[in-house]
Structure formats: C-alpha cells, structure tokens
Design a protein around this ligand. Structure first.
Ligand SMILES: [Zn+2]
Ligand SMILES: [Zn+2]
Length: 607
C-alpha cells in the first residue's frame, strides 16, 4: 500500500513537473514578471496537480474540484516531507523544456512579404506580378509559417491537408507561377526546386503531393504538354530514414527539405512554363497537418545526357558537356554559356548557377545557398540587434586561387532557426545569440590524404578534431565536431530542427546532418546523395544516401570508415553524414587540414 501510494505521488508529481506549461518560472526573471513587466505565468508550486490551462479544459465538477483540492493539500504535505531543502530549491527554479514548456516569450513579429519567394536563374523571368508571382487555389493560404515566438520560419504558402478552407468538400489546393524567358531551342533542361516542410501530421492519400510543370507556346497562350511528379514518397521516406532518436522534439520532427523535378522542354516552341506545387486527397488531422513552401527556385541545368560518368578515372573520357566549360581547378568548372571564357572574379547568388562541381555528374551546389536571412533578434556584424528580418543576398561569396576555393561567408543560415537565446528553454535553454560573422575558409582544390591522421572516435580519443569549425556547408554555415562541451558526448539533443544552434561566440553551427541546407536536387533516397559541404581538409561531405534505398551508414559493399569516409571512382574519397549515428558529420580529418582555416577569421592566406 505504501509503495502504491508513493508510486502515485511520484506519478502525480511527475505529471505536474513535466506537463505544466504555465506554472514554471517565467523567462523574463525570477520575480514572476517578464522583462517587459507585463507579468509572466505563475511559478511552479509544490503540490500543483494540473497546469491551469489543462485544468480549464477538464471542466471539473464542483465535487471533483473539492476532491482535487484535498489531493493538492495532501500531496504538498507529502512532497514537503519527501524533498530536501536543496531539492525544493531546484523545483522552485525548474523550467521545463519541450512541448508544453513555458509560454514562449512574446515578441512582435515584423510584417513579412506574403507568399513564397520565387528565385529565377539565367534568363528566366516571372510572368505577371513579380511581387506576387503565385496564384493560389483550393485549401491553400499564405502568410507567416509556424510560431514566430519559437522559430524563424518567415512567411510562405500553406497547404492545408487537414482543413477544407474553401468548403468544397475536398482537401486540395495548389500554387502556380508562370515563367518565361526560356531559350527557344528544343531540349533545354531546367530544374525546379521547392523548399518545403511537411508538418508531422501532414498527410495525403494516393501520394497526392506534387510538383507539376506545364509547357506553353505563343507567350503562354497555348498548352503543349506537362510533366508531374509526386513528392509525397520522399516525405514518407524521410520521416523514417532521417529519424534520429537524439533529436530535440520540442518543435516537432518536420524539417525543411528540397523537393525537385528536372524537366526538358519537349518542343523548340516552348516559351513559357507554368510551375505548380500542390496537393489533393488531404487526410491530415486539423493541427500540424500543413505542407509549407517558402521558396521555389528554377534554373537551367546542364543536359544530364551529356555526362556519362567515367567508370575508371581517365582523362580521355571527358564527357561532352565538359568541353564547353572552363576548368577552375580541382573538380570545379565555369559555364561561359557561349560567352567569354574568362571566369568571373567571384561567384555569388547572381552567377552560382554557372559554377559546376564534377562528381558523378555536373552539379551546382551553391545555387540557393549564397543568400540568407538576418532575422529579427540576431546580431549584425557590429553587434547591433536586428529589428526586422532582412534578406542578405551576398551571405556567401566564392573565388578561386590556384590552390583553393576561397569562401567568404557571413555564416548566416539560409533556413529557419529556433529563436535564440532560448530564454523560454524550449530546446536546452541556449543563452547564446546568432551573430553575423566574417569568415574566410580555404578549401583545398586538390585534397591530400593525411598518413598521420587520427579519428575522433570517443571522448577519450578526440584529438582527431578540434572544437570549433571543422568544415563548412555549401550555405556557408560551419560544421562543428560531435561534442558540444568537453564533458558531453553528444550535442545532438541541443539543436534546433535545422540541426544547428549558436555557440558562446555567437556562431551558428551544425553538429549533425544539416537537413535544411539546400541541395542541388532533391535528396530523395533514389540515388547517391548530393554534395552538402566540405571538411577543412578539402574532401567533400555528401548527404546520407549511398544508393537507391541505402543509407551510406548501412553500406556493406563500401562501408564508411571511422572518419565517415569512403571512396568511389566518380567522387573519389568523400564523407557522408550519418543520421542517428556518431560521428554524424565527420569523424576526424582523413586528409590534411588546410592550416589557413585555423586562423581563417584573421586575415589573408599563409600560402
Ligand atoms: Zn554546438
Ligand atoms: Zn558515397
């Protein structure tokens, strides 16, 4: 009986501690008032059984209320006896984290441009209103995405799989934009990339979430053909294959991903495309069942048929597409598109689509990764708090020397982040803020293996990797090793849902696969993943997949070593990120780290 009673007390106390959103210490201060003096939620009180909002929902009868009161008094007396003074103090100071945590700190959300961004590359231009390029239909709306007090998602298009917004009896909708300025020539290739987030309860039947491209002639008047691709299988696959038990679930498990389709214009007369993202057969539950689109990006791509991957490394088997390109060094090429063969002094968001990396194909890893956001609440370079979200077009700028790809980066995420400092302890209570940096990274064009390397397998043997930056993603945000503090084995649970957070030096960084980085094409598990960054030894870091349906971490034919590296003919030695598995990004420098990166923040290269 005693044991049973104790069990019940522990259960009730646990309940009170874990699920009480409004009874914890407010984020603003210990006096029970927010910073702005408006007053926060009341503190946790010993003996509290249900948090007030839950209590309100329960609608207890007067008899029940009376009984509950008695339980409260009894529980408080028992807990008072049970706990030491020190433990009571801990209770007093406790601030739960996670869903049902304290009320997030209120912030005013600056008005943002409505709908998603449309990024067009090459000669492409929008049809119609440049500022509002999307036409919405059905159960589709636009505006701010998610809870801006917790997370910087910005605004975009919302597909409601759980709500019949227009009351037509079905849950379906779309967003469509027109694009013109195509090169009038048969067989031009274009890639449509969609930046999307499928909330945890977004659901459709018949895989009915799609990207559709329609081809028109006569300035968009006459339709010729269309191509449609379902992207729902990718949503479902990633819910499984990217799952990581260490993930902080406070904001949900959904992440921003790239969805894409490659299209070839079927006739020379095609002068206009209509690009749609849409869904049908929605069966989501009402809450958390939206698909968000923040960006649609359309760019010309090299003809995939032009490139046949060499089965053996051999210079005389250069693919035809390479003949028209200018070699920049290493695996990098510039596409003059018939113009001057002199490469530009620098590559930025205006010409990123002409900078190719050669792996098993030609790809454009920096498209969509060179611009970013300086969000409200971040610090700018001078340490001033940013008052209003600002788009930063030139967050990453690239140039080439004989030996290096030189990346100048402001280290600003080009994807949402949680709100930092995490005053409401929604994640781990990270007290740091995200600040714009002035980084210069030197990525060796011809990386070399290091014969004296050491892997960072465990805390006891972590000399393989220093603390601080160890590489950089293609969006200019740095990778850190798997350890956040000297005393902690794994930093994964501390991260926001784009897998990053700021350091004490205000530097946003990733400890694991940065799922939100834009990839040249959708990394949908149907083939080897695309490039997502570089370690400071110059070897490339790829996404999680090795081949169709196979994660690199599970590969038996070509297993990863303790550095998370393996080798193949097309890509040479390369790292893979390993979702849910240590060391997550790289397990040490397999090659020679370029020493310029040690002092990269301070000035010109040493050679
Ligand atoms: Zn960290
Ligand atoms: Zn591989």
């Amino acid at each position: 009986m005693l044991r049973l009673l104790f069990g019940m007390v522990a259960f009730v106390a646990g309940l009170a501690l874990i699920v009480s959103p409004a009874v914890s210490q407010p984020p603003g201060g210990k006096d029970g008032k927010g910073k702005d003096g408006k007053g926060g939620p009341p503190r946790f009180e010993l003996g509290q059984v249900f948090p007030p909002p839950l209590l309100a929902e329960l609608k207890l009868t007067p008899e029940q209320e009376k009984e509950l009161d008695a339980i409260r008094k009894d529980l408080k007396t028992k807990l008072d006896k049970l706990l030491t003074d020190e433990q009571k103090k801990t209770v007093e100071n406790f601030r739960p984290r996670g869903p049902g945590g304290p009320e997030p700190r209120p912030i005013d959300v600056a008005p943002l441009p409505a709908a998603a961004r449309l990024n067009l590359h090459g000669s492409l231009k929008p049809v119609g209103d440049e500022k509002a390029p999307f036409v919405l239909t059905g159960d589709t709306t636009e505006g701010l995405l998610g809870d801006a007090r917790l997370e910087h998602n910005g605004s975009g298009i919302r597909f409601l799989s759980g709500e019949d917004l227009n009351k037509d009896g079905v849950r379906a909708g779309s967003a469509t934009c027109g694009v013109t300025g195509l090169r009038v020539e048969k067989g031009r290739w274009y890639r449509v990339r969609v930046r999307g987030l499928a909330q945890d309860d977004f659901a459709v039947e018949k895989d009915d979430l799609f990207i559709k491209v329609e081809f028109f002639k006569d300035d968009g008047k006459n339709p010729l053909d269309f191509i449609k691709k379902s992207i729902y299988p990718q949503v479902e696959l990633e819910r499984k294959s990217l799952a990581d038990s260490g993930t902080n679930k406070s904001l949900g498990l959904a992440t921003w991903r790239t969805y894409s389709i490659n299209v070839r214009t079927p006739y020379a007369e095609v002068d206009t495309l209509k690009v749609s993202v849409g869904f049908g057969n929605g069966i989501g539950k009402a809450k958390g069942s939206e698909f968000w689109v923040s960006e649609v990006d359309i760019s010309p791509i090299p003809d995939p048929a032009d490139y046949i991957p060499p089965t053996k490394p051999s210079t005389d088997r250069n693919p035809p597409a390479l003949k028209s390109l200018v070699k920049l060094g290493g695996r990098w090429y510039y596409d003059p598109r018939g113009g001057s063969k002199d490469p530009p002094k620098q590559f930025d968001h205006t010409n990123a689509d002409r900078l190719y990396y050669l792996s098993d194909r030609l790809e454009t890893p920096f498209v969509g990764n060179m611009s970013a956001w300086l969000r409200r609440g971040y610090l700018d370079r001078d340490g001033n708090t940013v008052e209003k979200d600002q788009f930063v077009p030139d967050a990453v700028v690239i140039s080439f020397t004989e030996k290096h790809l030189v990346m100048k980066s402001k280290n600003l995420p080009n994807h949402p982040t949680a709100v930092f400092p995490d005053r409401s302890r929604f994640l781990d209570g990270n007290p740091n803020v995200i600040r714009e940096q002035r980084d210069t990274w030197y990525i060796p064009l011809e990386p070399k293996p290091n014969p004296t390397r050491a892997a960072a397998m465990t805390m006891e043997n972590k000399r393989g990797l220093p603390m601080g930056p160890i590489g950089v993603a293609v969006n200019g945000v740095v990778f850190f090793n798997p350890f956040d503090h000297i005393t902690e084995a794994d930093a994964v649970w501390r991260l926001d849902r784009c897998c990053g957070h700021p350091s004490p030096s205000s530097e946003y960084h990733y400890h694991k696969y940065p799922v939100c980085v834009n990839t040249p094409w959708a990394d949908d598990g149907s083939e080897h993943s695309p490039l997502i960054g570089f370690a400071f030894d110059g070897f490339p870091v790829y996404g999680p997949y090795e081949s169709k349906g196979l994660l690199a971490k599970d590969s038996k034919d070509n297993p990863l070593n303790e550095y998370n590296l393996h080798e193949d003919d097309a890509r040479g030695p390369h790292y893979h990120v390993t979702p849910g598995k240590f060391p997550h990004i790289i397990g040490g420098y397999w090659g020679e780290m370029d020493p310029n990166n040690r002092s990269a923040k301070k000035g010109p290269p040493k050679k």
